[in-house]
Design a binder for this molecule. Structure first.
Ligand SMILES: [Fe+2]
Ligand SMILES: [Fe+2]
Length: 183
């Protein structure tokens, strides 16, 4: 498995979570109140795991391939800027969910807009990477590049999709399993 394959697997996992959030947006638009605790876990996982693990690995990979191709460099610039924007929106959204969980006043349509914006931003970013950046990297990279990039690189445990689930995500994990059986 190259680093790109691992990052791609993260994207597959993220896509499932974003699908869940998209369903929550639809529910909220219909005036229903979804399980906010579970929603908080999804957002927390996406923002924390992405910021601590996924984006830094991507940034490292992008930095490594800089200067090989002008078009590629442009796409890398965009991606890196998006990582910063996503972090910002993720923090904002986590705070908004916290407010709701602690019964603070928060207009639901305002929250729903924010949640939808978050889902759209994450999805667009995934599409940019999967549709444009990753194929470009694949085209310029050699076997030696991937070896160079993965050497001495510890693979941190994924607290949701890894072999050992962290207790904090156990409810979310059960929900994902249930969804697999009963989509
Ligand atoms: Fe990214
Ligand atoms: Fe990514």
């Amino acid at each position: 498995m190259t680093m790109l394959d691992e990052l791609h697997q993260d994207h597959v996992n993220l896509t499932r979570l974003l699908d869940m959030l998209r369903q929550k947006v639809a529910k909220l638009r219909e005036g229903e109140h979804p399980n906010f605790g579970l929603m908080a876990d999804v957002i927390d996982y996406i923002t924390n795991y992405a910021d601590v693990h996924h984006h830094p690995r991507e940034d490292q990979m992008y930095a490594y391939f800089r200067g090989r191709d002008a078009e590629l460099d442009k796409a890398i610039d965009r991606c890196e800027a998006e990582h910063r924007e996503m972090k910002h929106l993720g923090v904002e959204l986590s705070e908004a969910v916290d407010c709701i969980l602690h019964d603070a006043v928060m207009p639901m349509d305002q929250f729903t807009d924010r949640l939808e914006q978050f889902v759209t931003q994450q999805t667009d970013h995934l599409n940019l990477e999967e549709g444009e950046l990753f194929p470009k990297l694949q085209a310029v990279a050699s076997e030696e590049d991937w070896q160079e990039l993965t050497k001495d690189l510890p693979r941190p445990e994924d607290p949701l999709f890894g072999e050992k689930q962290a207790a904090q995500y156990s409810e979310l994990y059960r929900e994902l399993l249930a969804e697999m059986v009963n989509p």
